[in-house]
Design a protein around this ligand. Structure first.
Ligand code: 10G
Ligand code: SF4
Length: 345
């Protein structure tokens, strides 16, 4: 709870002053920065429209910014005209979608995060070794749909420990598992334990399919939640990783709200609050965090600080098809530049 707040706010009262602590790391991960840059570069090189299958990342502000630059977001390839430049979202797509794009000869740039593609390969390798694949993930999420459709024979999907008992597999000695990249580290550990108990010979990646960015943001928010009276998470309702951050706050007994942006903030949330924690999901631009801090300053004069945490230096290369096209036009892809919040200022 609040230790060194400028003024301790009495229960039920509006604060006279606030301390705001920002989690670190927060916001854009390397896969999101890469995916946004892919759409921007495609627009720059080929000109609008560039069709994007599904929201490139789960954030309406990102989508809106790219839409204003000429990106067209669709859910199905059938909505894309013949020959139009097509980008697959960072969450990945099933093989059937790759094949359909091939049949229609659509020029495709795949913005699937390399860490999601790695999970696809793990699943394919398990099948190659004769194992049935169990996926830990959430039904209906596009990453799960993509991974399921990249693994020959599909997957058995489990979300919770209780699902493990209900699994019906061909041969309990020949199973393996993969996970969605944005799950709760704690919940997934429990499900993996249950899987290992039921299938002692199961093969899998440990919890390593949960990506570095998800793990780092969860670790940071856990440290943050120990010190605050209210937690605000900037992120979309449909953003899996953002939901997991708010969930951690709630589980730790801190009133926690997942908000699209500052416009969703309600003054009443601040009654009795001295210290506010702020973080952002992997698809939420830093601009929204800055706007939120400004909005908090309208509730009461606020002093803002950043909680030190793990520094991230992860960067993924752009797809070859794009860097070749860039070089042909005299644009040198610069892997060393800081892409952070470059695009959606
Ligand atoms: O957290 P989810 O998977 O819902 O996606 P997001 O767009 O909110 O954040 C970036 C993460 C991915 C692209 C999934 S690997
Ligand atoms: Fe890649 Fe992780 Fe970001 Fe997903 S959350 S795009 S797996 S880095």
């Amino acid at each position: 709870m609040a230790e060194s707040a400028p003024v301790k706010t009495p229960p039920g009262e509006m604060p006279q002053a606030l301390r705001v602590i920002l989690a670190s790391p927060r916001g854009f991960c390397a896969g999101v920065e890469r995916a946004i840059e892919i759409v921007e570069r495609a627009l720059e090189i080929y000109g609008p429209p560039v069709y994007v299958r599904h929201e490139i990342v789960h954030n309406k502000h990102v989508v809106e910014t790219l839409r204003n630059k000429g990106a067209v977001f669709v859910e199905e390839l059938t909505e894309i005209p013949e020959g139009a430049m097509t980008v697959f979202s960072a969450h990945g797509v099933p093989q059937a979608v790759v094949k359909e794009a091939g049949r229609r000869a659509l020029p495709v740039i795949d913005a699937t995060c390399p860490l999601v593609s790695k999970v696809h390969r793990e699943g394919q390798n398990l099948v190659g070794k004769g194992r049935e694949v169990i996926m830990i993930g959430h039904e209906g999420h596009p990453e799960v749909e993509g991974t399921r459709g990249q693994i020959p024979g599909g997957v058995h999907l489990v979300s919770r420990v209780e699902d493990v008992e209900r699994l019906d597999v061909r041969d309990p000695t020949l199973v393996g598992y993969v996970t969605q990249t944005t799950l709760s580290v704690d919940d997934t550990r429990d499900v993996i334990e249950a899987l290992k108990k039921r299938f002692p010979g199961i093969k899998g990646p440990g919890a390593k399919d949960i990506c570095y960015a998800t793990q780092n943001r969860q670790m940071a928010v856990r440290r943050l939640a120990e010190q605050v009276d209210l937690l605000l998470v900037v992120g979309a309702r449909n953003s899996s990783n953002s939901n997991r951050l708010a969930e951690i706050g709630t589980t730790m007994g801190v009133p926690s709200f997942l908000i699209d942006d500052a416009s969703m903030v309600q003054d009443d949330w601040f009654r009795g609050v001295s210290v506010v924690g702020v973080t952002a999901g992997a698809s939420a631009p830093e601009r929204l965090v800055r706007d939120l801090v400004a909005r908090i300053g309208h509730v009461a004069p606020a002093q803002t600080e950043e909680l030190g945490g793990i520094e991230e230096h992860m960067q993924f290369k752009l797809p070859r098809v794009l860097t070749d096209a860039m070089r042909e036009r005299g644009i040198e892809p610069d892997d060393s530049r800081d892409r952070h919040d470059l695009h959606v200022a």
